[in-house]
Design a protein around this ligand. Structure first.
Ligand code: MG
Length: 179
């Protein structure tokens, strides 16, 4: 059984890894609504210590989880005033850097958003395009579904679930190569 601090060469690491991320945020009036790195027109926005971007937070945690890194709350604690109102793109970029440093690249992601309003359909293409741009992949690697929370009486919050598949990248991303 390998030790948890295993640092075997990347060639001995698995060729693929998966990650899963979940997040939720509450709607409040008078707050901009940011989902997937873009701002949507709506009378309420998602409240959080940062900009409340529920989708970017779930993607960030999926990426971090895939490489067994600390989660978003550990890396960017809400108790730190530094992250108050922060653009969640910062969190995503740090997670992606850790993925690359571990010797992996994003193969694809699949996300589900659960919220009563606004309708995501008209914005889905823009969200997928922005998320793909942030991840450095083609938008056909980014799946996005939006569900209304039927039967859950959940009008006050938005939820995001994300899975990500990583594939071992060529040597240029391998941290073992530079040692
Ligand atoms: Mg969050």
């Amino acid at each position: 059984m390998p030790k948890t601090n295993d640092r075997r060469p990347a060639t001995e690491q698995p060729s693929t890894r998966i990650g899963y991320g979940f997040d939720s945020h509450e709607f409040h009036a008078g707050v901009p609504l940011k989902i997937g790195g873009i701002t949507l027109e709506h009378d309420k926005g998602l409240c959080g210590h940062s900009d409340g971007d529920v989708l970017l937070h779930a993607i960030t945690d999926a990426l971090l989880g895939a490489v067994a890194a600390p989660d978003i709350g550990a890396l960017f604690p809400p108790s730190d005033p530094k992250w108050k109102g922060a653009d969640s793109v910062i969190f995503l970029r740090e997670a992606l850097k850790r993925v690359h440093d571990a010797g992996y690249a994003v193969a694809n992601i699949d996300a589900s958003l659960i919220l009563a309003a606004p309708k995501i359909g008209p914005h889905a293409s823009a969200i997928r395009t922005r998320v793909a741009e942030l991840l450095g992949v083609h938008c056909d690697r980014v799946g996005l579904k939006a569900k209304t929370p039927e039967g859950l009486n959940l009008d006050s919050a938005a939820i995001a679930h994300v899975v990500v598949l990583l594939q071992r990248s060529p040597q240029k991303h391998s941290r073992t190569k530079s040692r």
